[in-house]
Write a protein that binds this ligand. Structure first.
Ligand code: COA
Length: 420
């Protein structure tokens, strides 16, 4: 057994697509023994979705299932069910993100799981919480972004594309998985005190909403005041009774915007995000070569600046015209101005610092050769998560069955019955 913090924790990974796999992958990085259970022959649908190489596990799968072992098992067959029962008896956690009721229909209700192993932690992702009026709905990423408040508050409030907008970040999927990981570890620590497992559930709607709490804050402020002073609509446009979409405005007390840099006409990412931090106003004026703004009453306070904040951003864009996004940030960083270049996926993949820190890693894979993936975003002083390849479908079936006490003959019989 390795000495990683989560080593010794055995997890049945009955997850698919993204939300569940993202959770269990992270626990595997930190040392848990994560056994990915998949239907024989087919496996997780992401193995074959959006393939870049014919007949090879798609990146969609490899990037969400590293460090796991693969067990193929048909849990609808009696022989397969018996294997799952044995596994439940010997594991600490079962994680699943099937559609509502699927686990019950398979014969593994919470009551049954408790009979089999009262110490087991059952962790589930669903679209909506138990008892919610939409609890029966199947849910994917964008559905969750709409149900959790992200879509209504993202995007533009006027112009041709002013409809609710989806974020590219997986707020519904991976984010829910991260919440679930916290829930699992909490239940695990709880079990050390009580000796009992418990059911942990995260609804994608709730996980999205949890990230949108500042928008809920804004709704409560809007209800009270009728306006939101940091939104681009203020003070020239009318507010309705719901939080409007704010384009690229800063979400907190610091106005900010995405500004064009040299080359924006041809490069879709030649931009920086610029933040006008209140106490950094002096340095901003120095950086832009506008010392007169430091004493001009139309500029000295955030309140005075807000009515013409877009003109201020226009002036900054003028200053940026002859600077690339990298040159601009190199100047602005000297003045302590919170800013960053808008980075493309290509730039991130090739970013030296991310490679060095292990945030982007190259992983050898038996069939595809090697693949790049996103490594652990959590850094520890005493643990450097080593990212290993995702398993092939059923790669560790015989190994896991043998560990469960099945003889070679019994394993052969399970193969013959097509239960594994
Ligand atoms: N052996 C036998 N059957 C298996 C199996 C196995 N190893 N693994 C899964 N199955 C069966 C299940 O028992 C279920 O069968 P049933 O519907 O006949 O009871 C079926 O496969 C899986 O159903 P479901 O999870 O509903 O799959 P789907 O492809 O129709 O829906 C989702 C996919 C993601 C929409 C749905 O799983 C869902 O809403 N999940 C919860 C929310 C979520 O996590 N969404 C985000 C995904 S990134």
């Amino acid at each position: 057994m390795s000495d990683k913090p989560l080593s010794g924790i055995k997890i049945i990974d009955f997850t698919h697509v993204q939300a569940g796999p993202a959770c269990t992958q992270m626990l595997a990085w930190f040392g848990a023994d994560v056994i990915k259970v998949e239907r024989p022959g087919a496996g997780d649908v992401t193995r074959s979705q959006l393939r870049d190489i014919p007949d090879v596990d798609a990146l969609y799968f490899t990037m969400l299932n590293s460090n796991k072992r693969g067990l193929s098992l048909d849990t609808k067959k009696p022989e397969g069910k018996a294997v799952l029962e044995k596994l439940i008896k010997e594991s600490d956690v079962l994680v699943e993100n099937f559609g509502p009721g699927a686990l019950d229909r398979m014969g593994f209700s919470w009551e049954r799981i408790q009979e089999l192993n009262p110490k087991l932690i059952l962790a589930s992702v669903k679209g909506f919480s138990d008892g919610h009026h939409y609890e029966d709905l199947k849910v994917y990423e964008n559905v969750a972004q709409c149900a959790g408040g992200a879509a209504s508050t993202t995007g533009w409030w006027k112009g041709e594309h002013s409809e609710p907008t989806i974020s590219a970040a997986a707020l519904g999927d991976s984010n829910t998985g991260m919440h679930l990981a916290i829930g699992i570890l909490t239940a695990y620590i709880g079990r050390q005190k009580t000796g009992k497992g418990q059911k942990v559930a995260v609804a994608m709607q709730d996980a999205v909403l949890n990230l949108c709490r500042v928008k809920m804050r804004d709704q409560l402020r809007l209800d009270k005041l009728g306006y939101l002073e940091e939104y681009p609509q203020y003070p020239h446009e009318k507010f309705g009774d719901v939080v409007p979409r704010g384009g690229n405005a800063g979400g907190g007390g610091q106005p900010g915007w995405i500004l064009k840099c040299k080359g924006w006409e041809t490069d879709p990412n030649a931009y920086i995000y610029f933040t006008v931090q209140g106490h950094a106003w002096g340095p901003i004026c120095d950086a832009l070569g506008k010392p007169e703004w430091k004493t001009d009453p139309a500029y000295t306070t955030p309140k005075a600046r807000q009515p013409h904040i877009m003109d201020i951003f226009g002036t900054i864009e003028d200053w940026l015209k002859d600077k690339t996004k990298y040159e601009a940030v190199d100047i602005l960083r000297k003045f302590d101005i919170p800013c960053a270049p808008v980075l493309s996926m290509k730039e991130l993949l090739n970013d030296e610092s991310l490679r060095k820190s292990g945030s982007i890693v190259e992983v050898p894979h038996k069939v595809r050769g090697s693949y790049f993936t996103v490594g652990s975003p959590i850094k520890f002083s005493d643990l450097k998560p080593e990212i290993t390849a995702s398993p092939l479908l059923g790669e560790h079936t015989d190994e896991v069955l043998a560990e469960l006490g099945y003889s070679q003959d019994q394993i052969k019989a399970l193969h013959e019955a097509k239960a594994v």
